[in-house]
Ligand binder design. Structure first.
Ligand SMILES: Nc1ncnc2c1ncn2[C@@H]1O[C@H](COP(=O)(O)OP(=O)(O)O)[C@@H](O)[C@H]1O
Ligand SMILES: [Mg+2]
Length: 206
């Protein structure tokens, strides 16, 4: 469904976020990128834009020297931070060294231009961006206008419904492509969260 909808509209740059941490954003971003690149054979770029808690390299088992924060904060070439993963056609940009100004870097003109350029280079493929949670930091909010769409992850039992609604309200105006209801026990499939998200979407249309 994601592929059909996004390909028709050329929406190939997708950010993964959630209301709070530990909801499974990174796992979802990695799984999505691996699936797109290996099983569906699209060229895929996975970017770790969570400078506060970079974890994508851990999930992929990749060590690196430089990454996105170094590219944004210094004068280095983008080719210096692109890593071939060996998983299908998947390339990875790690987060890079720790920085004091993650919001400034990720909301910068340089970041916006990079996303625009990458979108052209990956015109036939996908760019998946892992980000920090919406409510504790403003990076995801700042990057929302650079990307084509947002996938919002909700882990069962992690955040209160009100917290999720607050985060979704903050992302209003961005193109929310879908909500991943993560780590759900079968018995709760018709539970509170799905009901409330349905209500949120309904409210949006009214
Ligand atoms: N569906 C799932 N099943 C089992 N463990 C999960 C699932 N989703 C996430 N986790 C675990 O929860 C923790 C947080 O996931 P992570 O993707 O790093 O969250 P986030 O990036 O939102 O902080 C990790 O230890 C991860 O392995
Ligand atoms: Mg994470």
């Amino acid at each position: 469904m994601l592929i059909k909808e996004t390909k028709n509209d050329l929406l190939n740059t997708v950010m993964i976020t959630s209301s709070v941490n530990g909801e499974g954003k990174t796992l979802t971003a990695v799984n999505l990128a691996v699936t797109l690149s290996r099983e569906i054979d699209h060229s895929t770029l996975l970017i770790d834009a969570d400078f506060r808690n970079p974890m994508v390299h851990e999930y992929l088992g990749i060590e690196y020297e430089k990454g996105l924060s170094d590219y944004l904060g210094r004068d280095i070439d983008i080719s210096d931070v692109l890593i071939k993963t060996g998983i299908g056609n998947m390339v990875f940009i790690p987060a890079g060294g720790m920085v004091k100004n993650p919001v400034e870097l990720l909301s910068s003109k340089k970041m916006e231009t990079l996303i625009k350029d990458l979108k052209q280079w990956y015109g036939d493929g996908y760019i998946i961006i892992d980000t920090p949670p919406v409510l504790s930091c403003t990076e995801a909010f700042a990057m929302g206008s650079f990307v084509d769409g947002v996938i919002f992850v909700v882990k069962e039992g992690r955040a209160r419904t009100k917290t999720i609604e607050d985060a979704l309200n903050m992302m209003e105006g961005f193109n929310i492509l879908g909500v991943v209801f993560n780590d759900v026990s079968i018995s709760n499939l018709d539970g509170d969260y799905s009901y409330n998200y349905y209500r949120y979407k309904k409210k949006e249309k009214e």
